[in-house]
Design a protein around this ligand. Structure first.
Ligand code: 1GP
Length: 253
């Protein structure tokens, strides 16, 4: 199996280079909005484009094919369930929702898609997906019928992330939910980071450069942003540029 994308993440982390991913939900990427997004992404290239959502009705394949033709980012599938599988991406986050206790999202969807994924030869990155309370009921919470970890329970978040690492997962993802009112608390990111050896992804509710900076400073290796670009696509340029500038600051070395 290939490890190209995971190696890129590890090398960037080693070099203390923070990464940014733009999340595109196929249901929200249509018509003029999609054309506008593509024109921005062509000149403001994020490290990764994540494609997916916890509840999407549109096909992921056509969006991925278009993105691959037009944009020079690695495309990573971020599926809400087995039906969203596509072999057209550069890698797949094989997410197990380990903050929850719903077997369907711990192993069930994985069994449904395992053979197709294996046959595709795609790079698969097993990911400990950890839902944190984000100020309102998220789609992930509703669809998965699981409860998020309370915002003030750092010990539970740490134990959950470390359990994921010990189970052999390659990434941990602290998720406040797309469109969260408030992002994952920086002190929780920091506590988790300090107890983890695998790279840490953080996402959900990040709307400003201050939020992004707080996540990076707290220890996020990769930050995922999606919802805010649906109404303010020009923020892609700001966030991609912010990450570039952040990585160029001498004190990051
Ligand atoms: C959601 O973490 C991602 O799965 C991104 O969240 O859409 O709120 O930016 P937002």
């Amino acid at each position: 199996m290939k490890h190209t994308i995971y190696r890129k993440i590890l090398l960037n982390r080693e070099a203390k280079q923070k990464m940014i991913a733009v999340l595109l939900d196929p249901d929200q990427c249509r018509g003029r909005h999609l054309v506008h997004l593509i024109s921005i992404l062509k000149t403001n290239v994020p490290d990764f484009i994540f494609v997916g959502g916890s509840h999407t009705l549109s096909s992921t394949d056509s969006l991925i094919e278009l993105l691959k033709e037009e944009i020079n980012s690695d495309i990573i599938l971020f599926p809400g369930n087995a039906s969203q599988f596509s072999d057209k991406v550069d890698a797949l986050l094989f997410l197990s929702l380990i903050s929850g206790r719903n077997a369907e999202f711990l192993i069930g969807q994985h069994v449904n898609s395992a053979i197709a994924i294996k046959k595709s030869g795609l790079e698969v990155i097993p990911t400990a997906y950890i839902l944190i309370e984000g100020g309102k009921t998220s789609s992930v919470e509703y669809i998965s019928n699981t409860r998020p970890i309370p915002r003030d329970k750092n010990e539970i978040a740490i134990s959950t992330a470390v359990a994921g690492e010990l189970l052999g997962m390659h990434l941990a993802y602290l998720e406040a939910g797309s469109g969260a009112e408030i992002p994952v608390p920086p002190d929780m990111i920091n506590f988790v980071k300090n107890n983890l050896s695998i790279p840490l992804i953080v996402g959900g509710g990040i709307k400003t450069e201050e939020d992004l900076k707080a996540a990076y400073e707290a220890g996020a290796d990769l930050v995922v942003i999606g919802n805010v670009f649906e109404s303010e696509p020009e923020k892609i340029e700001k966030f991609v540029q912010f990450t570039k500038n952040y990585n160029e600051k001498p004190e990051q070395d």
